[in-house]
Structure formats: structure tokens, C-alpha cells
Design a protein around this ligand. Structure first.
Ligand code: PLV
Length: 322
């Protein structure tokens, strides 16, 4: 029997968010996964398939994919090497070490760290664990939507789903999940921050583009280019994917409001999705006719993230408010 590393997470009905949006808002609380984010679903599934006989796994990560890989490797009793960019907070590096992982700090952004991880996979014969670009990851992530369908009942279809987009693995997984349960007509609001907007840039350009730099503080959204599958989905007639951006200030405001109202601390990458509600974006999309006025329940994927604590929150506030 297949072992699962992830949990069936709570699906909360948020009174304060529902009041703001004017329809029921359901929160899929992926922050409560072991390792702190949804990443455990895909990475757990991928490692089960690819890393059983492995000498060890290597993963380049903005933090959370690395946390998931380190957790899974520990459970599978294989070694983990996690390559992170210098933008990763010290607390994340410490948490990775606490999971028993070897940590290497390489380059300024995730793409630099990934080049090193690919090199290590080659030279040291390690199993490469990609953070967002692999069908096994998407298949693993898809389980979050089947859980939602099981909780809501197949007939209580959401009116829209809100997700954050980094390299696009979560988006591909959510789409896979929507396909699995027959909900492909549900519009998806794909959220990024300005300065970590590789999906939006690709949608606008009509081709995959490579950003010059990651200037957003949402470092876990900081892939310079989106995976091909996410881009292909954006062109697919069967799906409605609305790509939207928020500022870092809006993402941070969302993190703070979520902490106040729901008593849960998530990182900026997740704040981008929450900002769809708190910044009034959902209302604007309704006013523009891009989402229906009589919107059904809004499903927000609370993707979570470990790169946050009270110190980091204060640092972000100081950086972004000056
Ligand atoms: N973070 C990846 C990629 O970073 C990582 O290495 O951890 N929300 C959170 C909390 C995340 O950590 C991530 C991805 C996302 C959302 C976006 O998911 P994606 O990359 O599958 O679109 C550079």
C-alpha cells in the first residue's frame, strides 16, 4: 500500500472573508501540512515513485519544496541535500538542518540554486527533486482538490479557485485535481506578486519568458520562468485562468490581516493568494465581468510556507513600509 506523507487538511469556512467577498469563502489549510506547505503532497508522491532505492535526494528550493523534500527523505531514511539561494531567511536554513538535511547556499535567486542542484544530481548520483516542474508533483498536489470535492460533495462546486503561482506546479496540480473531479469549468484566479510574475509575463507575451531578476519579497514565488505545462494550460480553451498581480505591500497586508482574523501566520507567497480577497480583486473581477456577479463559493488554497516568523514579519514591514 502506498504511504502518504501528507495530511487531509481542514477546509474552513471563513466568516470574515465570506463577509468581504459576499459569497462563502472556503480555505484549504495547506499551511497545516507537515513541512508547512502543500509541497509535501507532490514531493511525497514523487519521492515514493523515484527515490526508494536512492543514494539521496537533492532539491533546489526557495524554502518550502526543500522543507518537504527534507521531511520526506528523513521519513524514507535517505539523505537530503537542499540548495537554497542567499535570499532564504536564516530560520529556513536552520529548519532544514533540523530536518536532517545538508544545506548549500548558492546564488541570488532560485534559478541559480537549481543549476547547482542539477549539477549535484549528475556528479553525485542523487535523485533530483524538482520543486514545481514534474507530472508526479502535479498528481500529488491534485489530491487537495479531491479532498475538497469529498468535503463539499461533488455537486457543491466552487465558483472559483484562488492559487498562488511560483513556477506553476501548484497551478498544474490544482488543474489536474479539477480534471479528476470533473470541475474544469471552475475559473482559476492565478496570483503572483509584481517582481515575481513569470506566469503573468508569459501570458502577456504569448510565450515563456525569463525574468531579468526577482524583485519581490515573495521569494517562494521567485522562479524566473514558469513551467511549460502551466503556460500550455493558460492557452487551453477548456480552462479559464485569470492571471493577476498584487504588490508586495498588498501581499504583506494580506498576511497581516489573515493573522489578525484567522490567527494563522503564512508567508508572502501565500499572501499573494489571500490578497485576492483582501485587496478587493475578486469584486473588481466581478465588476469587469470576468467572474460572475452571483459567484458560487470561493475556494482559496492557503498554500502556507515556513519562511515566516515574527522577526521576519517585522523585517518585511520595515522593508515595505519605508
Ligand atoms: N515555492 C517553491 C519555489 O520557489 C519552493 O522551492 O519552495 N506557495 C508557497 C508557500 C510556495 O513555497 C510556493 C513555491 C508556491 C506557493 C508556488 O508554487 P509553485 O512554484 O508550484 O507555483 C521558487
Amino acid at each position: 500500500m502506498a504511504v502518504h506523507f501528507h495530511l487531509n487538511t481542514p477546509l474552513l469556512d471563513s466568516v470574515s472573508m465570506s463577509k468581504r467577498v459576499g459569497t462563502t469563502v472556503y480555505l484549504k489549510m495547506e499551511n497545516s501540512q507537515p513541512s508547512g506547505s502543500f509541497k509535501i503532497r507532490g514531493i511525497g508522491h514523487l519521492c515514493q515513485q523515484l527515490a526508494k532505492q536512492s543514494k539521496g535526494v537533492v532539491c533546489a528550493s526557495g524554502g518550502n519544496a526543500g522543507m518537504a523534500a527534507a521531511y520526506v527523505a528523513r521519513k524514507m531514511a535517505v539523505s537530503a541535500t537542499i540548495v537554497v539561494p542567499s535570499s532564504s531567511p536564516q530560520t529556513v536554513i536552520q529548519k532544514l538542518k533540523d530536518q536532517g538535511a545538508k544545506v548549500k547556499i548558492i546564488g541570488k535567486v532560485w534559478d541559480d540554486a537549481n543549476a547547482e542542484a542539477l549539477r549535484l544530481a549528475e556528479t553525485d548520483g542523487l535523485t533530483f527533486v524538482p520543486p514545481f516542474d514534474h507530472p508526479l508533483l502535479w498528481q500529488g498536489h491534485a489530491s487537495m482538490i479531491s479532498e475538497v470535492a469529498a468535503s463539499l460533495g461533488l455537486t457543491a462546486k466552487p465558483g472559483a479557485v484562488v492559487v498562488s503561482v511560483g513556477g506553476g506546479g501548484l497551478l498544474c496540480g490544482v488543474i489536474q485535481g479539477l480534471k479528476d473531479v470533473g470541475w474544469t469549468d471552475v475559473p482559476i484566479v492565478a496570483m503572483e506578486t509584481e517582481g515575481a510574475d513569470c506566469f503573468n509575463a508569459a501570458v502577456k507575451a504569448g510565450r515563456i519568458v525569463t525574468l531579468d531578476d526577482i524583485t519581490s519579497e515573495a521569494k517562494c514565488l521567485g522562479a524566473k520562468s514558469v513551467c511549460r505545462q502551466a503556460f500550455e494550460y493558460s492557452k487551453c480553451d477548456e480552462l479559464t485562468i485569470i492571471s493577476e498581480l498584487v504588490t508586495d505591500q498588498q501581499a504583506l497586508h494580506a498576511v497581516e490581516t489573515f493573522l489578525d482574523e484567522e490567527r494563522v501566520l503564512v508567508e508572502m507567497a501565500c499572501g499573494a493568494a489571500l490578497a485576492a480577497v483582501y485587496s478587493g480583486l475578486i469584486h473588481r473581477l466581478q465588476d469587469d465581468g470576468r467572474l460572475p456577479l452571483d459567484l458560487g463559493p470561493l475556494l482559496v488554497i492557503v498554500c502556507g510556507g515556513s519562511s515566516i516568523d515574527m522577526d521576519q514579519l517585522t523585517t518585511l514591514k520595515n522593508k515595505l513600509r519605508n
